[in-house]
Structures are given as structure tokens and as C-alpha cells.
Ligand binder design. Structure first.
Ligand code: ADP
Length: 153
């Protein structure tokens, strides 16, 4: 059976931290589906189509990576796409507490799916999309925080 992992997030925008998690997870899975979650109650900073196109550019040469968008529960998407694993990145103890509760709730709802965590590499521990958005919003240079090949105008 194919080992398929779903990497859900808002990717608003994708950062080098996200990219690193996916690249390091590639040897573990046959396929990784990057799933951009759309929260209907929260407006994103970048449009969905741009966020998707940027991720597709980053992984254009990685045949095992697909990008999808979704609304609703991650476990419903897992069932629909028949994935066995949810991939998440851990930066800090705050991430751990947040992820623990989501991971345990997902396990209750869909016991056949395992959440797999990769620790962030030290250079990306402080990096998150929120900081990148702030830098861009205020006219700073965020290029060293976003993947090579992604051009945010
Ligand atoms: P963010 O927290 O940057 O807004 P998302 O909500 O899109 O990102 O998170 C998607 C997943 O990516 C989460 O598991 C999150 O922990 C992980 N992630 C985000 N930034 C990093 C990073 N710098 N290093 C490792 N994992 C990260």
C-alpha cells in the first residue's frame, strides 16, 4: 500500500520552514499532499490561488508532491484521499501543546491515521508565516525566509 502523507496548513505564505519539513519527509513517504486549508471565518493575507501556485513552483521537480486546497475537517480530507499519515512540524513547546490536542482529537475521529512530527531544523525555529507577512506588509525584505523561486510582489 502506498504511504501517503497529508501536510495541512495555511501556507500564507509558504516559508523555508514548511519547505524544509516537506523535503525532509520525502524519503519517508511515497507521496506528500500539501493541503492548503481554507478557513471561511478568517481572511487570508495572500489569495488562495497564489499560495497554491507558489507551493507548486517550489516542488515542481519533486514528482511525489501534490498540492490541494480544502475546507472543513482535515480528517475528512484524509478519508477522501485515502491518506495514512498527517505530517506536521514542531518548532517550540507551544507548537507541541497545540499539535498534541489536534493530533489526539484527529486520532479519536480517524484512528487509522497517524500524525508524524518532524522537529524543525534550528535555523527555522523562529520562522513562521505571520512574521513573513509582517515583513512584507511593512516593505521589508523577506526573501531569505521564503523558498528560492517564490517571488512575492
Ligand atoms: P505557520 O504556523 O507558519 O502559520 P501553518 O499554519 O501553515 O504555518 O503550519 C503548517 C505546518 O507547518 C505546521 O505543522 C507548522 O508547525 C509547520 N511549520 C510552520 N513553520 C515551520 C517552521 N519554521 N519549521 C517547521 N515547521 C513549521
Amino acid at each position: 500500500m502506498e504511504r501517503i502523507a497529508l501536510f495541512p496548513g495555511s501556507f500564507d505564505p509558504i516559508t523555508r520552514g514548511h519547505e524544509s519539513i516537506v523535503r525532509r519527509a520525502l524519503p519517508l513517504f511515497d507521496k506528500i499532499i500539501v493541503a492548503i486549508g481554507v478557513n471561511e471565518e478568517k481572511k487570508s493575507f495572500f489569495p488562495l490561488e497564489k499560495r497554491k501556485a507558489w507551493i507548486e513552483t517550489v516542488f515542481a521537480s519533486a514528482g511525489q508532491v501534490e498540492v490541494v486546497t480544502y475546507t472543513g475537517l482535515t480528517v475528512h480530507l484524509c478519508r477522501e484521499l485515502n491518506v495514512g499519515f498527517i505530517l506536521r512540524g514542531l518548532r517550540t513547546s507551544a507548537d507541541f501543546e497545540f499539535e498534541r490536542s489536534i493530533g489526539q482529537m484527529n486520532k479519536k475521529m480517524l484512528p487509522g491515521v497517524e500524525t508524524v512530527f518532524l522537529l524543525t531544523t534550528p535555523e527555522y525555529t523562529a520562522l513562521n508565516s505571520h512574521i513573513v507577512r509582517d515583513i512584507i506588509r511593512h516593505g521589508g525584505d523577506a526573501s531569505s525566509f521564503i523558498p528560492v523561486g517564490v517571488h512575492i510582489d
